[in-house]
Design a protein around this ligand. Structure first.
Ligand code: ACM
Ligand code: ZN
Length: 562
């Protein structure tokens, strides 16, 4: 009979303090995200022992599987300091076999089978095998010395609940280096995520090289100084220090390739027609007033937006997206659409002329300027569609005329997602009520780094249910994924990035990967403790608030996390 983890409590495995000793430490199958099924009843009492003579075997001629083998080598080396041989030479005994060919409707599915002679990880694709490797990695104890590991016989059958499992990263408000973005990708892989939503342009900085418009990065990637303190504080204070940074196209391609090796697709976001002040600083003629503008030095919603009446602005968008498509092979491109004030458009002769020429009228639900925004978004959507791409936009896309085929990212709570799914749009759920990880993790503001506000602790993330109850079964099929967003107005260092997303990503990953029937907060906390040991082994800076949750496994384990 198969058992789900939750019924478990089967693995009573003490890891701390034993990992340096012989005989072997024991692997712990209680991992995050919780696999769909685990069976430990067959061959009870038998186990596989991982030791320095264990070989990782992968199929000859399969480059991706070779890389998978290398990843597994690195993970094992990091956790238990065994440096295993990777090989394509078939062996039956004392091997971890990496295979593809699992029969499943889900290309990301895998099975992991532990017998005394072998551990076999078989994916429905190389990506599936990769997730099996992530699982194996998370069962390992963290040891300071070389350590053998005993794996009790088990079979895990697993596949994700959602095909889109995203993490957003705003590198516009603060810039993060290539190495830091790569580490973000490593962290995503640990949580079985597969989409990086890369927010690369905003009022405070344009961060991607566009060859046809060199001033976007020469001018638009640099700001004079940065606001200190919260945006609501008066008087405003600034640090007086120039700040900037951008990625060349080659560097961005390097990120795309690195992500792809981790089975992660990079979805770029060029936010329009608002959030464009940095671009307008570089090319003032693209704004309604003609400027001058300056790359924004503070946080909020700028009124300086792209002029929707200017043909040059539309040409600019076509040109920018032409280069964006060359850098990013993703099927989806995010075109923003959020927080676009209409005050300039209301007064701009060009914008008003466009409204007239297009026969745009206001009605009971929307202003003519809201319909003008649809006109701009539709222009970009058609352009991208012509080139075989699809668009994602924030839920403001539902204001005005809906754009056929647009995928909607529901951020202002769940309302937009519900409305979109009901009207036949695919939806990615990123509600700021549960999944904005720039929000605070504690109410104790004194002891927290400055933040935007809000309060979303791990428990709240875990409680999130991605399919709203009000949707029918048919409508629910439009919820294609779940994502947490990380806006970086108040997050200037990568250490702080890690603190904001870890361990909230762990709770997120269970919403993305695990079937809702397997979700159980207490059980999750038990498994989270083991994941935190991986964080520790990887040197990640993670928040510790959850350790004082009354349901968190008790001392002394918690002390080990400090
Ligand atoms: C957003 O948070 N402005 C999408
Ligand atoms: Zn205008």
């Amino acid at each position: 009979m198969k058992k789900s983890f939750l019924l478990g409590g089967i693995f009573v495995l003490s890891l701390w303090g034993t990992s340096c000793q012989q005989p072997a430490a024991t692997a712990d199958y209680r991992i995050v995200p919780c696999p769909q099924q685990i069976d430990t009843t067959a061959n009870k009492g038998e186990s596989f022992v991982l030791n320095s003579r264990t070989k990782i075997v992968y199929p000859e001629g399969n480059e991706k599987m070779g890389r998978n083998a290398q990843f597994l080598f690195e993970y094992i080396s990091k956790m238990v300091h065994l440096n295993l041989q990777t090989t394509t030479e078939a062996k039956d005994n004392n091997v971890i076999l990496l295979q593809t060919g699992l029969e499943s409707d889900n290309p990301e599915a895998y099975s992991l089978k532990v017998t005394p002679d072998q551990i076999i990880i078989q994916g429905a694709s190389e990506a599936g095998t990769f997730y099996g490797i992530q699982t194996l990695r998370k069962t390992l104890p963290a040891s300071e010395k070389k350590s053998n590991v005993e794996f009790p016989s088990a079979t895990i059958e697993d596949s994700p609940r959602f095909g889109y499992r995203g993490a957003h990263f705003d590198v516009a408000r603060h810039f993060f280096t290539i190495e830091e973005v790569k580490e973000y990708i490593d962290m995503m892989a640990l949580h079985n995520m597969n989409r990086l939503h890369w927010h690369i342009t905003d009022d405070q900085g344009w961060r991607i090289e566009i060859k046809k418009y060199p001033k976007l990065t020469e001018v638009g990637s640099q700001r004079e100084e940065t606001l200190i303190g919260h945006a609501s504080e008066r008087p405003e204070r600034f640090d007086g220090k120039p700040y900037g940074g951008f990625y060349t196209q080659e560097e961005a391609k390097e990120i795309v390739a690195y992500a792809a090796e981790h089975y992660i697709t990079v979805i770029p976001e060029v936010d329009l027609p608002g959030h464009m002040q940095a671009a307008l600083t570089a090319y003032p003629e693209l704004g309604c007033t003609g400027g001058p503008y300056k790359v924004w030095t503070k946080w909020g919603i700028s009124e300086e937006v792209l002029c929707a009446g200017n043909d040059k602005a539309l040409q600019f968008l076509d040109d920018v997206f032409t280069e964006i498509m060359q850098i990013f092979p993703a099927q989806y491109i995010h075109i923003g659409g959020d927080e676009c004030p209409k005050v300039r458009w209301e007064k701009c002769p060009k914008c008003q002329a466009r409204i007239k020429a297009e026969g745009i009228r206001s009605d009971k639900t929307h202003t003519k300027e809201q319909y003008l925004q649809t006109f701009v978004m539709q222009h970009v959507a058609s352009f991208l569609e012509k080139h075989g791409r699809k668009i994602i936009g924030w839920d403001e896309m539902l204001e005005g005329n809906a754009i056929p085929g647009a995928t909607i990212m529901s951020w202002r709570g769940e309302k937009g997602g519900i409305q979109a799914a009901q009207s036949g749009h695919d939806v990615i759920m990123t509600p700021n009520t549960y999944l904005y990880f720039d929000y605070m993790q504690s109410k104790d503001k004194e002891n927290e780094p400055l933040g935007i506000g809000g309060y979303i602790p791990v428990k709240k993330v875990y409680e999130y249910s991605p399919i709203p109850e009000s949707l029918s079964v048919e409508e629910s099929k439009h919820i294609i994924g779940v994502q947490a967003n990380l806006w970086t107005e108040y997050i200037a260092t990568f250490d702080h990035v890690q603190y904001m997303v870890l361990p909230r990503w762990a709770a997120l990953s269970e919403n993305q990967w695990t079937c809702s029937s397997h979700k159980n907060y207490r059980d999750f906390l038990n498994r989270l403790e083991a994941l935190m040991r991986v964080y520790k082994a990887e040197g990640y800076n993670f928040a510790k608030h959850v350790l004082s949750d009354p349901d968190f496994p008790q001392q002394p384990q918690a002390e080990e996390m400090e």
